[in-house]
Ligand binder design. Structure first.
Ligand code: ADP
Length: 276
């Protein structure tokens, strides 16, 4: 069967959840233009936890936003792959199609928990599915709630929960719809280190036990250590790709960037234009 949505499929990849090919993102025009991403190629592996690190202004958030279809690229292509390996090219989609794909196939966790204050935890968790008119899979929902340890708190409103518990609600909300990929933008940025560790532990379990694919932007080496893989960005390029990270290894790698956040070999090539 050929439909408009799959007519553009050019390849299938089962082990990959998302792919960026020669992605460039430019902000502004002419002399003042900032190249936030500079011909980035990357594959995000399915069922794994990938962290994106790098100095401030290196393009971490921009890369995540482009991969998640929240921001348009200036050049290059982005694909999201179904569990069957079928590719959907985000960069070829019209707005409506992209909105539907984000709603149905991508989960998000932000630094601010973004819970609705008038709804209790259970209602917040199912809200996106309620809006989309989708019935939650009860067995899956119970498993997600069990994984993040929220059973005793389901009737509580956000104001009655700690920051860590609120972020666990946001994690459960992202997991509930069984998205193909979840993106987190500094998801522990507003939490104390104990609550942060707890939330990262649950995210780790969602990858190990529920097979979730998770991509997280962070500037915190100990948060990145929860990942299977750490991509390092500098000046809008991926300059390193580390497997089996530890906080010490990540910290050592971060120390190799100079005070302005440039990769050492890149200093002579780039001005300060990318700095905030
Ligand atoms: P990071 O997440 O690593 O701190 P960002 O992806 O936020 O980096 O930003 C990368 C570069 O793009 C920075 O130089 C930043 O100032 C610039 N940038 C990001 N968003 C915008 C925007 N909306 N308009 C102009 N420049 C931007």
């Amino acid at each position: 069967m050929t439909t408009a949505a799959n007519a553009a499929v050019t390849h299938r990849t089962v082990g990959t959840a998302a792919r960026a090919q020669a992605v460039t993102k430019r902000y502004g025009q002419g002399e003042t233009a900032v190249v936030a991403l500079d011909r980035v190629d990357v594959d995000i592996e399915r069922g794994r936890f990938t962290a994106i690190m790098g100095p401030s202004g290196s393009g971490k958030s921009t890369l995540m936003h482009c991969l998640a279809g929240l921001d348009a690229v200036s050049a290059g292509k982005i694909w999201i792959y179904g569990r069957d390996g079928v590719a959907s090219e985000l960069t070829a989609m019209k707005d409506k199609e992209l909105t539907n794909l984000r709603r149905d196939r991508i989960g998000f966790i932000f630094q601010s928990f973004n819970l609705l204050p008038t709804l209790n935890a259970a209602e917040n968790i199912t809200l996106p599915m309620d809006i989309a008119g989708r019935k939650p899979n009860k067995a899956w929902l119970d498993r997600v709630i069990g994984t993040v340890g929220l059973e005793p708190r389901l009737k509580h409103r956000p104001s009655e929960l700690s920051g860590g518990q609120q972020q666990r609600v946001a994690v459960a909300r992202a997991l509930a719809g069984q998205p193909e990929i979840i993106f987190g933008d500094e998801p522990t940025g507003n939490l104390d280190s104990r609550s942060g560790a707890e939330v990262l532990g649950f995210l780790r379990r969602s990858v190990d036990e529920l097979g979730q694919t998770f991509v997280m932007v962070t500037h915190d080496p100990s948060a990145a250590a929860y990942a299977d893989r750490v991509l390092f960005l500098a000046d809008g390029r991926i300059v390193d790709d580390m497997g089996a990270p530890t906080a010490d290894k990540v910290l050592d790698r971060m120390r190799q960037f100079d005070a302005h956040g440039h990769a050492a070999h890149d200093q002579s090539l780039r001005g300060d234009a990318h700095q905030r």
